[in-house]
Ligand binder design. Structure first.
Ligand code: IMP
Length: 456
């Protein structure tokens, strides 16, 4: 069977921990969208592994597949594979021949386009994700399969690189031959480098026809986990466009991004990962936001009262909501139910995993954005345009708070050992979304998850 793991909010819901937990029962873990804009930490024994592209299951001896819906930076791929090998692992990683390749010019263009967009900038990760998906849709992309055939690779580069050179110089006024760019816009340099990647992919038998590969494994009785990256509200179709990523983290992406039919995905389970509050890296509105992060919160956004700023800081400190690279505070807000109702419908969740419940311990009351008010009317789900969303104000429900307890002991004992007020909060979420709770994350460690149900 398949189990699909989907972020129900804005990314960073703690999917990695749940993938890691349930992934133990899977034989194959496949990513179906995104690229090295994701990031997860896997703790295995005494070792900590930080991965942004390779599926975390590869650390635990599972077959890790990057599906056709992914965008693959071969440099990151091999850096991660080599780093795992150096630490004594022998990861089994496959890459879909139909997946698109991130080239150096995509990264260069990601940065300058963001700078040009000003207020419309999504605050991208700068990894070239958007420009690569643009080329995919524009039918000028280069796919993993193209790296395996020197003639095809050359032909594709000779077609696309002059266009990128013109874009860089004519539109953005840059010099494509600037030595600092390290050949990002040079056919020969790119050909040599990417041909070498192709040879390695071929030598190591990494390239697969993803749908056929997964189908064979399912036929053989294996269990497949589909690992979504990012989250529903930054989905290019169902998210807060244009402040979104360029792929479909929603469950439909698990079908198009792997080559398994929607009926195959639908016969399995779709588990929505919910963070007990919101955090956001990037720009755009956020109706339940507390506090104000310079450069990301809109001018008139965020509750800037002393109390809200204080709670925001508390959540950031308890939840480690600071950029891993920059150390910058992330935007935070109360749980947003209209966002979750939208996610439950768009994904058809069969179960929920609610993470970071421990972070809210010590707050009283714990608030939840239960509905929105927009133009004098109540709304229970997200509106379709981001401008409308920006006009929504949240109406809140309040829950009595709970204190911190020995969370590892609670995880061991099970759901009923959770503080009663925390259970009331969880049952409200479950009732509102008409979806059972499968797991509750109460800490960062692997043994700090209350498992109610294993979907496999
Ligand atoms: P991109 O995916 O780099 O193009 O970035 C587009 C938007 O998605 C930006 O607002 C990013 O902050 C956001 N984003 C991309 N990946 C992640 C993620 O893994 N977690 C949270 N936000 C993300």
């Amino acid at each position: 069977m398949t189990v699909t793991i989907v972020g129900s909010q804005l990314g960073d819901e703690g999917k990695g921990g749940i993938v890691d937990l349930y992934g133990d029962s899977a034989d194959v873990v496949v990513r179906y969208q995104g690229g090295d804009n994701a990031g997860h930490t896997v703790v295995h024994g005494d070792e900590t592994y930080k991965l942004s592209l390779v599926p975390s299951g590869a650390v635990r001896g599972k077959t890790g597949v990057l599906g056709n819906g992914c965008v693959v930076n071969p440099e990151t791929l091999f850096e991660e594979v080599d780093a795992l090998a150096e630490r004594g692992l022998d990861p089994d990683v496959r890459v879909a021949e139909r997946a698109h390749v991130i080239l150096p010019y995509h990264r260069v263009l990601d940065g300058i386009e963001e700078a040009e967009k000003e207020d419309l900038a999504a605050g991208t990760t700068g990894r070239g994700i958007g420009p690569t998906y643009e080329d995919k849709a524009g039918r000028r992309g280069i796919r993993v399969g193209d790296l395996l055939d020197a003639d095809v690779l050359r032909q594709r580069l000779e077609y696309v690189v002059p266009q990128k050179r013109a874009l860089y110089s004519e539109v953005f006024g840059g010099d494509p031959d600037d030595p600092e760019l390290d050949g990002a816009f040079d056919v020969e340099t790119l050909f040599e480098r990417y041909r070498t990647y192709g040879e390695r992919i071929a030598e190591e038998g990494m390239a697969v026809d993803c749908g056929a590969f997964l189908d064979d494994r399912l036929e053989a009785g294996d269990d497949v986990m589909m690992e979504g990256a990012q989250g529903t509200s930054i989905d290019i179709d169902h998210g807060i466009y244009p402040y979104v990523t360029s792929s479909n983290p929603t469950a439909g992406g698990a079908s198009t991004g792997t080559g398994l039919g929607p009926t195959v995905v639908g016969q399995g389970e779709v588990v929505g990962i919910v963070k007990a509050y919101l955090s956001r890296v990037g720009t755009g509105p956020l109706p339940t936001e507390m506090g104000h992060v310079e450069g990301q919160t809109p001018e008139d956004g965020g509750d800037t009262s002393d109390e809200a700023e204080e709670i925001a800081t508390y959540i950031r400190d308890e939840g480690g909501e600071y950029g891993t690279v920059t150390g910058r505070p992330r935007r935070v807000g109360w749980l947003d139910m209209p966002m979750l109702r939208h996610a439950a419908r768009a994904n058809g969740f069969t179960g929920l995993a609610v993470n970071h419940l421990d972070v809210l311990a010590g707050l009283d009351p714990v608030k939840v954005g239960h509905a929105y008010e927009m133009d004098g009317e109540e709304r229970r789900s997200m509106p379709a345009t981001t401008e409308q969303w920006g006009r929504c104000t949240a109406t809140y429900r309040e829950f009595d708070g709970w204190e911190a307890v020995d969370w590892a002991a609670v995880a061991e004992e099970g759901y009923d050992a959770l503080p009663e007020n925390a259970r009331t909060f969880l049952e409200y979420i479950s009732d509102e979304l008409d979806t059972p709770i499968y797991a509750v994350g109460v800490g960062p460690g692997r043994d700090e998850t209350v498992v109610v149900e294993n979907p496999f």
